[in-house]
Design a protein around this ligand. Structure first.
Ligand code: HEM
Ligand code: HEM
Length: 191
């Protein structure tokens, strides 16, 4: 996985760029919340049982997934340039190490899950539309059909792991905000 290797290198680089400011840049904060809404709604959309609106929800799932991939490029760029504020209440501790590890895995999932989604759709012969255009075919049905099921399973597994990690992430923010009462949520606030 060249992409994962490349992403790992970037993550190592950006983890060294912790900054002393008390909050993320405004661009990083907006990107975080826009992407969080997209990811949560696209995950909800896919959990709805088959029925009348299922098709529209699957269309939303795919379109929002591609937007996540596009925005991720801007987000990684911002992260490389601006770094992340150090977590005052736990600077240098194992909890900070764990939090940064979870963030790193979430970045990898924001990259790999949409890519797997596009690949498995194309491999089983379904074009992926984005804002009225058809995305270029990376893996066509002739070559991809034998891998379609594996790619689909990988997409679903990684997507479900992502869902659990988001839960862990959410609970840890709740813990910081209401039990430790530190600045973790404040540094991601847009209002
Ligand atoms: C951040 C982006 C994405 C996440 C987190 C995500 C996650 C998921 C999850 C959790 C499932 C359901 C797994 C299950 O049934 O247990 C799923 C299904 C699916 N995903 Fe994604 N996905 C993303 C992006 C995409 C993209 C970009 C495409 C295609 C262009 C795509 C196509 C699909 C399709 C076709 C299904 C099956 C839907 C169904 O039959 O109900 N996904 N995805
Ligand atoms: C739905 C998907 C979500 C994803 C993919 C996500 C992802 C991330 C990532 C990758 C970071 C690290 C940013 C960086 O250092 O570059 C982060 C930070 C943060 N997120 Fe989320 N997040 C999500 C939802 C949420 C929700 C619902 C909350 C509110 C409870 C939240 C609150 C925060 C806060 C306060 C930070 C800063 C914490 C810190 O730097 O230690 N996030 N998020």
């Amino acid at each position: 996985m060249l992409a994962a290797h490349w992403m790992g290198g970037i993550l190592l680089h950006i983890e060294e760029r912790k900054i002393e400011s008390s909050a993320y840049s405004m661009t990083q904060r907006w990107l975080h919340w826009i992407m969080a809404v997209l990811i949560l709604t696209l995950l909800l959309a896919v959990e709805v049982p088959k029925g009348g609106v299922k098709h529209a929800l699957t269309v939303w799932h795919k379109e929002a997934g591609v937007v996540v991939f596009v925005l991720l490029m801007a987000r990684v760029r911002g992260r490389v340039n601006s770094g992340a504020p150090s977590i005052f209440s736990m600077s240098g501790s194992w909890q900070e190490f764990l939090a940064r590890g979870v963030h790193g895995v979430m970045y990898l999932l924001m990259l790999s899950v949409p890519v797997l989604g596009v690949l498995f759709s194309q491999a089983r012969g379904k074009e992926v539309d984005f804002l009225g255009f058809t995305l270029p075919v990376i893996l066509d049905e002739d070559q991809g059909l034998p891998y379609a099921l594996t790619l689909r399973t990988a997409h679903e597994w990684a997507g479900n792991i992502f869902l659990y990690l988001i839960g862990v992430h959410f609970l840890s923010v709740v813990y910081h905000q209401w039990i430790r009462k530190d600045n973790v949520l404040k540094r991601m606030r847009i209002f």
